[in-house]
Ligand binder design. Structure first.
Ligand SMILES: [Zn+2]
Ligand SMILES: [Zn+2]
Ligand SMILES: [Zn+2]
Length: 694
C-alpha cells in the first residue's frame, strides 16, 4: 500500500496550506488555506486537482484544519459554500471558536474596505462553521470504520494542533504550524512517540537556529519604548488573533513594570472579542498563564483600549495594534500610509511576511518609497523593527521532532525552497530519513510498511519481568586466587539489559501472539519431539557356517545369514526353509539375537566402565540404543560400504546428551569383526535365545 501526497498549497512557499493525503483508500485534506500575497486565482488551492467533476464529497473522506491562521483556514468557506463540499470538517474547539473571527475580519478588510469582489459572505462563514466537528486534544476520533484521527498540542497559536491519522497499518502526522519552545501565552508542542510512515512538517525557519527568546523580546520592548519616549507612534500590524495577544501580554507587563501611561490601542472591537475567547480558553494556554490565572487573567490587559479612527492623526505617542498583519491591506495599510513618512514613528513586522504584501517589501531591504498602485506612492521614513521571535519552530525544533518521531519519510511544506533543500539534506544525512519538498500541485508517493500487532501471553510477560541476574564473578574474575573462587559467594547483580525470547504464533484469522516456549506444544496439542542421532552402522562379520551343507541346503551362493555390502542390510533367512511362516520369524529374530549378542560381548570389552543392558532385540548404553537393522532401505544408512567384505547393519540411535559417547561407540563398531559359528539346527538357536532371554 502506498501513501499518496498531493500538495495543493504551501509547496515550496508559505501560504494557502493544503495537502491532500490518500492513505488506505481514504483521502484527507489537511488545511484549506488562502494565499495572502495573491488576489487572482492563485489565492486558493487548485481544487480541480482533487476532482475534475467537482464531486468533492466522494473525492474526500474529511478535511482537517490545524489552526485559525488564514493561510490554513482562509479557503474553507469558499470550498464548502461555493465549491459545495459537504463532508466532515475537523478542528479543535478553540479553532472552531476563533476561525470565524479571523475569516470575518479578513472578509471585511478585503470586501468592505478595499471594494473587492466578494469571495464568500458572512453567511457563508457561519454556514461553513456549522459543518465543523470540534475535537479535543488527544481525543481519538473515528471518522469512519477505518480512519482514525487524533489532535496533539502544537503551541503556535491558541488551539493549534498537529494531527495524527491512521488507516490500517499506515499512519501519518501532519504538523500544521508549531512551536517547540513555549512562549508568553502558549506551551511547546507535545506529541506521543507514534509509529508513522510519513511526517508532513512545516519548515518556515528551515535554516534558522534561534537563541534565547527573552533577549529578543527585550529587543522589541526596547525599540517600542525608545520610539514612544521620543514622542513617536508605534504601528504593530497583526492579525486579530495569536501574535496580537502574545505581544499584548508582553507590552502590558512591561508598561506595568516601567510605570508607563502611554496608550496602547487595539484597532477594532474584534480583538477585544478575541481576548474574551482567550480568557475562556485558558486551558489551552501555557502553564505559566494557567498558574497565574487564579490571581489575574493574563488576557485582562490593564493598559489596552479601543482605537478610534480619529486618533490616527492625534498628537502624542501611542502604540497601535492594527489588522491585518503583514500590512496586506485594510486598516493597518491605512494607518501605515499616515505614519510611515515620519522618522520618529516605528513599524514592527513579524519574522515572516508572505511575498506580495507590503510587510514583505519592507523587509526585503529598506525601501524609501513604496508604490501602492499607479496613483499612490508612500514615503517610508519611519523605523522598521523586525520581530526576531516567532511562533514557528526553528530548524533545531524541526530536527528534534523528526528525530523524536523517526518517521519512515518526511515531506517539508510551508517554507522557502532553498532553505527546504538545505533542511532536506540535513534530515537525510543526519537522520537517514528520506525527505521530499514537493512544489505546489506535485504528488509524492510514499511506500507504507505493514505492522502486525501481537498479543503476549501472561506467562511470556511474566518471564520478561524476571530480572536479568548475572553473577558479578565475570567482572572480578582473574583478580582472585583460584582456591577461593566459589560462585555462591558472589552476589547476583541485575544487569541493565535483558533480551526476552518468545515464540511468535500466527494463525489464519486469529490475532498473532507471542507465547513462552513452554506454552507452544500444549497450544498446538502435540507432543514434544526429541532430537536424536541415528546411524545405521555396518559391522564386518566373519561367518563359519556349519548348517550350510546339512539338512537345509541353500540355493544361494552367497554367505548365508548376513548381508554383504552389496545386499540389503536386512538379515536373510533364505537358507531356512520351514513350512510355518511364524517359525521363520522366530528364527530370524534368533539370528539377529546372535549378532546382537556378539556385539554385546565386543562392546563390553571396549567399554568396561559402562553398564550395557542386553535385551533380546536391542542393546542399551545410556541413551544409546542399537538393534540389528531389519530394513533393506533403512534411511539411516549413510553410504554403502565399499569394501567387498560381508557386513551386518546395526541401527543405532542416541540422544543429543550422549552425542560424543554415541560417535565413540560407532567408531568402535566400525572397527569390529564379528565372528560366529553357525549351529547345526535352527531349533538349538531358538532354545539358546530363549534361555538367555530369561
Ligand atoms: Zn500559523
Ligand atoms: Zn502557516
Ligand atoms: Zn538401519
Amino acid at each position: 500500500m502506498t501513501i499518496e501526497c498531493l500538495v495543493l498549497g504551501a509547496g515550496q512557499e508559505v501560504g494557502k496550506s493544503c495537502v491532500v493525503v490518500s492513505i488506505g483508500g481514504k483521502r484527507i485534506m489537511f488545511d484549506c488555506g488562502m494565499h495572502m500575497g495573491y488576489l487572482d486565482e492563485r489565492r486558493y488551492p487548485d481544487f480541480s486537482l482533487i476532482s475534475e467533476s467537482g464531486d468533492f464529497d466522494n473525492a474526500l473522506t474529511c478535511i482537517i484544519i490545524t489552526h485559525f491562521h488564514l493561510d490554513h483556514v482562509g479557503a474553507l468557506p469558499y470550498f464548502t459554500e461555493v465549491c459545495g463540499y459537504r463532508g466532515p470538517v475537523y478542528m479543535t474547539y478553540p479553532t472552531k471558536a476563533l476561525a470565524p473571527l479571523m475569516l470575518e475580519d479578513y472578509r471585511k478588510v478585503m470586501v468592505d474596505r478595499r471594494g473587492e469582489q466578494e469571495q464568500f459572505t458572512y453567511d457563508h462563514i457561519m454556514e461553513c462553521m456549522r459543518k465543523v466537528i470540534a475535537v479535543d486534544l488527544k481525543q481519538t476520533v473515528q471518522v469512519d470504520n477505518e480512519l482514525q484521527i487524533r489532535a496533539y498540542y502544537a503551541g503556535h497559536v491558541l488551539g493549534a494542533a498537529m494531527f495524527y491519522a491512521k488507516v490500517g497499518d499506515s499512519a501519518i502526522v501532519y504538523t500544521g504550524d508549531y512551536n517547540m519552545t513555549p512562549d508568553r501565552h502558549l506551551g511547546a508542542a507535545q506529541i506521543d512517540r507514534l509509529q508513522i510512515d510519513l511526517l508532513i512538517t512545516e519548515s518556515t525557519y528551515a535554516t534558522t537556529i534561534r537563541d534565547s527568546k527573552y533577549a529578543r523580546e527585550r529587543e522589541f520592548l526596547k525599540a517600542v519604548h525608545k520610539c514612544v519616549a521620543g514622542g513617536g507612534k508605534v504601528l504593530i500590524p497583526t492579525f486579530a488573533l495569536g501574535r496580537a495577544q502574545e505581544l499584548c501580554i508582553l507590552l502590558d507587563d512591561y508598561w506595568e513594570r516601567m510605570n508607563l501611561d502611554i496608550p496602547i490601542y487595539f484597532s477594532a472591537g474584534l480583538t477585544i472579542q478575541a481576548n474574551m475567547y482567550y480568557k475562556m480558553l485558558i486551558g489551552w494556554t501555557s502553564q505559566k498563564v494557567k498558574d497565574t490565572y487564579a490571581t489575574r487573567n493574563a488576557f485582562d490587559f490593564k493598559h489596552v483600549r479601543s482605537f478610534e479612527r480619529s486618533l490616527i492623526n492625534a498628537p502624542g505617542p501611542c502604540v497601535l495594534f492594527a489588522t491585518p498583519g503583514m500590512i496586506s491591506g485594510g486598516f493597518s495599510l491605512e494607518v501605515f500610509k499616515e505614519w510611515a513618512p515620519s522618522e520618529i514613528n516605528l513599524v514592527t513586522l513579524p519574522g515572516y511576511c508572505v511575498a506580495g504584501t507590503i510587510g514583505h517589501k519592507l523587509m526585503s531591504g529598506k525601501p524609501t518609497k513604496i508604490d501602492l498602485d499607479k496613483d499612490t506612492q508612500i514615503d517610508v521614513r519611519c523605523q522598521i523593527h523586525q520581530l526576531s521571535f516567532s511562533p514557528h519552530t526553528d530548524a533545531k525544533g524541526i530536527m528534534d521532532l523528526v528525530k523524536f518521531l523517526s518517521p519512515k519519510h518526511v515531506i517539508l511544506v510551508h517554507g522557502e525552497k532553498p532553505k527546504m533543500a538545505s533542511l532536506k539534506g540535513r534530515i537525510q544525512a543526519e537522520l537517514g530519513i528520506e525527505c521530499f519538498y514537493p512544489a505546489n500541485n506535485d504528488t509524492v508517493q510514499i511506500p507504507s510498511t505493514q505492522y502486525v500487532k501481537v498479543d503476549a501471553t501472561c506467562k511470556f510477560v511474566q518471564n520478561c519481568l524476571i530480572p536479568n541476574l548475572k553473577s558479578i564473578q565475570n567482572c572480578v574474575e582473574g583478580k582472585l586466587d583460584v582456591g577461593s573462587s566459589n560462585t555462591e559467594s558472589f552476589p547476583m547483580v541485575q544487569t541493565g539489559h535483558k533480551v526476552s525470547e518468545g515464540i511468535l504464533v500466527m494463525e489464519k484469522m486469529k490475532k498473532a501472539q507471542i507465547v513462552h516456549q513452554s506454552e507452544l506444544l500444549p497450544m498446538l496439542g502435540v507432543e514434544e519431539h526429541q532430537v536424536q542421532f541415528a546411524y545405521c552402522c555396518p559391522v564386518h562379520v566373519r561367518n563359519v557356517d556349519n548348517s550350510k551343507s546339512h539338512e537345509h541346503g541353500s540355493e544361494s551362493s552367497e554367505p548365508v545369514g548376513f548381508s554383504t555390502s552389496l545386499q540389503p542390510c536386512a538379515m536373510s533367512s533364505s537358507s531356512i526353509k520351514i513350512a510355518d511362516p511364524s517359525l521363520e520369524n522366530i528364527l530370524l529374530s534368533s539370528e539377529q539375537f546372535l549378532w546382537l549378542h556378539l556385539l554385546f560381548v565386543e562392546l563390553s570389552n571396549k567399554f568396561p566402565g559402562e553398564k550395557i543392558l542386553e535385551f533380546p532385540d536391542n542393546l542399551q548404553l545410556q541413551s544409546f540404543h542399537v538393534h540389528v537393522c531389519p530394513d533393506a532401505n533403512c534411511p539411516y544408512k549413510v553410504k554403502e560400504v565399499i569394501e567387498d567384505k560381508p557386513a551386518v547393519h546395526f541401527c543405532c540411535r542416541w540422544s543429543t546428551l550422549d552425542e560424543k559417547l554415541g560417535w565413540r561407540i560407532i567408531s568402535v563398531m566400525q572397527g569390529l569383526d564379528l565372528t560366529y559359528s553357525r549351529p547345526h539346527t535352527p531349533y538349538s538357536k531358538k532354545r539358546k535365545s530363549e534361555t538367555s532371554s530369561f
